[in-house]
Ligand binder design. Sequence first.
Ligand SMILES: [Zn+2]
Length: 201
Amino acid sequence: MDQIRIGQFIAQTRRSRGLTQKQLAQLLSISDKTVSKWECGKGLPEVSLMLPLCRALEITVNDLLAGHRVDQGEYQKTAEENMMDLMRENEENRKKLALSAICGGMTVLAVCSLVVIASFMELPAAARVVLVLLAIAAAVVGIGGAAVLDVGAGYYQCPHCGTLFVPTMTAYVKGYHTITRRRLTCPECGVTSMCRRRITR
Ligand SMILES: [Zn+2]
C-alpha cells in the first residue's frame, strides 16, 4: 500500500468534487485532522471508513487502494494485487502476535521450573545462585523478545481522533495496559488515553 500516493489521490479527488477537508470529514463524522493526515500520506483510512469515504468521493475501494482511477481493463488485476497486499499485512501481524504469545509462555515456564528447582532441590548454595540468575536472564530475554514481537504487530487506535499508529518501544514498555488497550500518547492529537489495539487496518 503506497500511503503517499493514496493520500494524494484522496486530496485530488476531494478537490475535484468541490469539497473542503472539513466538509469531507463531516460527511464521515470524523475530524478534519484525520482527513488531513490521510492526504499527507501519514496513515490509511481504517477499513470501516473505506466504503463511506469511497462513496463520498465517488470512487471504488479498488481505486482508493491503488491510488488512482483503475480502468476496466486492469480492474481485476489491480483488485487482486490490492487484496493480496492487505492480506499479507494482516498475516504478518497475526504471526508476530502468535510468536509473541509463545515466547511469553515459554519464558514463564522456564522461569518457574528454574525457581522450583532452585528452591526444592538439595543443591550447593552456589548452584542455587546460578539457577536464580539463569531464571532472571531467561525472564529478561523472553519478556523482551515477546514485547518486541508484540509492539510490531498491528496498531493502536486513538479514541479521540481515530488515528492508527505504532507506538515507540519506550512508550510501549512504559504504558499501563490491559489485554486490548494500552495507555499511549496519540502522535496526531497529542492526547494520552487508553488506545485500543487493532490487528488489521
Ligand atoms: Zn488522537
